[in-house]
Write a protein of this length. Structure first.
Length: 324
């Protein structure tokens, strides 16, 4: 099978990898589409020290399952997505409320588990979510990042009077802005160029550049820039006793003066993965036009070129197709 792998000498497209062998409780999924996200780009630069097959955003069809539970066979032939955190359910921390995504985990295409930028991927059956007929593949591939955006309302107490700033109108930032606007909040998207903010304006979301706003202008600031400089700007824009939500992961760490965080008693909230079921419902509702977030689709044979394109400024979602 074909697979895009990160190795010691960089990204390599393999064409003769063996199809993964299943262990008990796992499913083999034939991948239709995979998405390239900012985390993939940073991993390719060395973030997290991962080596193996990349990719954690995908949609595909279940080809095979290995399970002593006869009901698991009903997954075969279904179109699915899968949550990316594979927790050790035998670990003592697993039963602790709210820690199912953290204890002794493995993460699809990120940590100790080969990802979905391949013709086939194996995942735990428990992590599968069926995709409704009303949701196309090009919508379903957004389930994971949309779930990450939906994680923020789970973590914060939001109200219509909240002044929220989302820094970074890219792949994830626009999903976050749409989710928070849908929750009834006043949202402003901050970008570095006019082009980067065009989609936000099309979606009738307020926009601006960082220098347009005074210090402490917002109650909640979400950093979705994917770079170290975004954190410094996010700290500056957060008001005293406000909340700063961090969504960025990146390979190169910068130096940010956190004095304002201490003096202004700003609460920093790390935010990661979110609810897949809610994301699928939102995609099914038609309340989000994912097509406008797609800037390119490449066949897996062009994966290296796709990564180069995805790394360009103002490029949002790039997809890898496995049709041929």
């Amino acid at each position: 099978m074909r697979a895009l792998r990160l190795e010691t000498d960089g990204l390599t497209l393999h064409t003769d990898r063996e199809i993964p062998k299943l262990e008990e409780g796992e499913a083999l999924v034939h991948v239709h589409l995979a998405g390239v996200c900012s985390t993939d780009l940073e991993i390719a630069k060395g973030y997290f020290g991962f080596q193996g097959t990349l990719g954690h955003e995908f949609v595909g069809t279940v080809e095979q399952v290995k399970s002593s539970d006869s009901e698991s066979q009903t997954w075969i032939g279904k179109r699915v997505v899968a949550s990316i955190n594979f927790a050790n359910r035998l670990s003592p921390e697993y039963a602790t409320f709210g820690l199912e995504h953290h204890p002794r985990r493995r993460v699809l295409g990120i940590l100790k588990w080969d990802g979905a930028m391949a013709d086939f991927v194996r995942v735990p059956i428990d992590n599968l979510y069926e995709v409704p007929d009303e949701v196309s593949d090009r919508q379903a591939v957004f389930t994971e990042p949309l779930a990450a955006a939906l994680r923020i309302p789970q973590q914060l107490t939001l109200n219509p009077n909240c002044r929220i700033c989302v820094i970074g109108p890219g792949r994830l930032g626009m999903l976050i802005a749409r989710v928070l606007e849908r929750a009834g909040c006043s949202v402003t998207v901050v970008g570095r160029s006019e082009r980067s903010m065009q989609l936000a304006r099309k979606w009738r979301i307020a926009t601006g550049r960082a220098h347009d706003f005074e210090n402490s202008s917002f109650d909640i600031v979400v950093d979705a820039t994917g770079n170290a400089q975004g954190l410094a700007e996010a700290v500056r824009l957060t008001r005293p006793l406000g909340q700063l939500v961090l969504k960025s992961t990146f390979e190169k760490q910068g130096q940010t003066d956190l004095t304002k965080v201490v003096v202004d008693e700003i609460q920093i909230v790390g935010s990661r993965c979110g609810p897949f079921s809610a994301a699928i419902r939102m995609l099914k509702s038609g309340d989000l036009c994912t097509e406008e977030l797609i800037d390119g689709e490449y066949n897996i044979e062009q994966a290296i070129e796709a990564f180069k394109f995805a790394a360009q400024p103002s490029i949002r979602k790039v997809l890898l197709s496995f049709d041929s």
